[in-house]
Ligand binder design. Structure first.
Ligand SMILES: [Mg+2]
Length: 433
């Protein structure tokens, strides 16, 4: 039985609930519901007009209901009278198939049939910028190699520790915070968990970082590549699969990488579909300025360019940092928290079902020696990625043709909108043609 939210509100002093969901673009939408009205909402859900969000619906569609998951409750650390709830979308008495949290739950059901308990953690990089987003906020943060810069980190002590304290209070077990590779860029790490918990926390983390930064007069951005010469915002994901009881890591093995045969099949599946997954992992026009990018001021982009994997080597799409898990390095800060986990799991399952072989690990520096090997390249832009997704049998079979078509339709329309823009670059190149 789910917990009774009205009762919890009384116990915890919650005055309002935010019933929240992520649409296909990963935008968090919510209704603010007084605790006095939560009883009905817990049963029926909060009503929304789907067309008003990034879901493939029309104004003629009936009401869509966001039914909160009581287990996901998070009391806002910076405003404890508000309780945040992740919700699943329903319409006409059925879950909305083309909605991210529902999509992830469907893949988790597939995993559960194998008695799998997949676990993952995310590394959400972000910048602290000025209010209009045109420059980093700390004008003294100018080192050529600013990664782990102690002084720049400590100048942001108040905001970083407020976020970290919040995670401690929420029981996420955060364990480190650092200044990342770009000026103005930070990363905070907390413990891995099951995929749904990680996705809910990921969505909430972005909201929390932006909200707390705002209270400190700053703006936080997860934009994949906000500054052309600086390293972009990645969102690496570490994944392993455990048995049902959560005591045995099925990815752990005895070979030279500390991995099991099934983990290689999982990896083979993700690599097989990597170019199609870009449409979810690198979902914006801007995403393609992070992957395939030229060297940054710090010396490296830290983003992949091709579909390869390696040992403890950060120039590949997949790194094996340690025995029993993979780090997927393709995703960026714009990736939808649910589709990211759902995509990895669906393609990993396909790899196991079809015994896909990832080949041997490559022990080279892909940034300097990548041209020496034959490896599949990543899409150069969003349109190429969407075309890969459209023709992916794996994704169409896992999520349904209609769901994939809904996503690619909305994003293709965004691409077309981008293409209508005239840029200065075009003028400079073409005015005298
Ligand atoms: Mg990082």
């Amino acid at each position: 039985m789910p917990q009774n939210l009205a009762k919890l509100a009384k116990q915890k002093g919650i005055k309002y609930f935010l019933i929240s969901f992520a649409d296909l673009f990963g935008t968090a939408r919510a209704k603010l519901v007084p605790a006095a009205a939560i009883d009905d909402m817990q049963k029926q859900g909060a009503g929304f007009a789907g067309f008003a969000t990034w879901l493939d619906m029309t104004p003629a569609h009936p009401d869509m209901f966001a039914v909160p998951d009581a287990d996901s409750l998070i009391q806002l650390p910076w405003k404890p009278e508000v309780g945040w709830l992740a919700a699943d979308l329903w319409m006409d008495g059925k879950p909305v198939a083309a909605s991210p949290r529902v999509m992830l739950k469907e893949q988790l059901k597939r995993a559960a049939k194998r008695n799998w308990r997949p676990m993952s953690g995310v590394e959400c990089e972000y910048f602290l910028v000025n209010n209009d987003g045109t420059a980093i906020a700390d004008t003294r943060d100018t080192q050529e190699k600013p990664c782990y810069d102690q002084s720049a980190l400590m100048r942001r002590y108040d905001v970083i520790t407020e976020i970290c304290d919040a995670m401690l209070q929420l029981g996420w077990n955060p364990y480190q915070n650092d200044h990342e590779d770009a000026n103005g860029q930070f990363e905070m790490n907390w413990d891995y968990a099951d995929l749904l918990t990680t996705a809910d926390r990921h969505l909430f983390f972005k909201f929390m970082v932006k909200s707390i930064a705002e209270q400190h007069g700053l703006r936080a951005t997860f934009m994949p590549k906000p500054f052309v010469n600086l390293t972009g915002n990645g969102c690496h994901c570490h994944l392993s699969v455990w048995d049902k009881s959560g005591t045995r890591n099925l990815f752990a093995g005895k070979d030279e990488n500390g991995l099991s045969p099934v983990s290689y099949q999982f990896l083979g599946g993700v690599l097989h579909s990597a170019t199609a997954l870009c449409a979810w992992f690198n979902p914006t026009v801007n995403s393609y300025k992070r992957i395939n990018a030229p060297r940054t001021i710090s010396g490296a982009t830290w983003a992949p360019t091709s579909v390869t994997y390696s040992g403890n080597n950060r120039t590949h799409l997949v790194r094996i940092p340690d025995a029993g898990r993979f780090e997927f390095r393709l995703m960026d800060g714009a990736a939808n928290p649910y589709l990211m986990q759902a995509g990895l799991l669906a393609c990993g399952l396909d790899g196991v079902e079809n015994k896909r072989d990832p080949g041997k690990r490559l022990d080279i520096n892909m940034y300097t020696e990548g041209h020496k090997v034959k490896a599949k390249s990543l899409p150069l832009n969003l349109l190429d990625a969407l075309r890969e997704m459209e023709k992916s049998n794996v994704l169409n079979n896992a999520f349904g043709k209609d769901t994939i078509a809904s996503y690619t339709k909305l994003r293709t329309s965004e691409w077309n909108d981008y293409c209508r823009h005239l840029t200065n670059w075009e003028r400079e190149r073409t005015l005298d043609c």
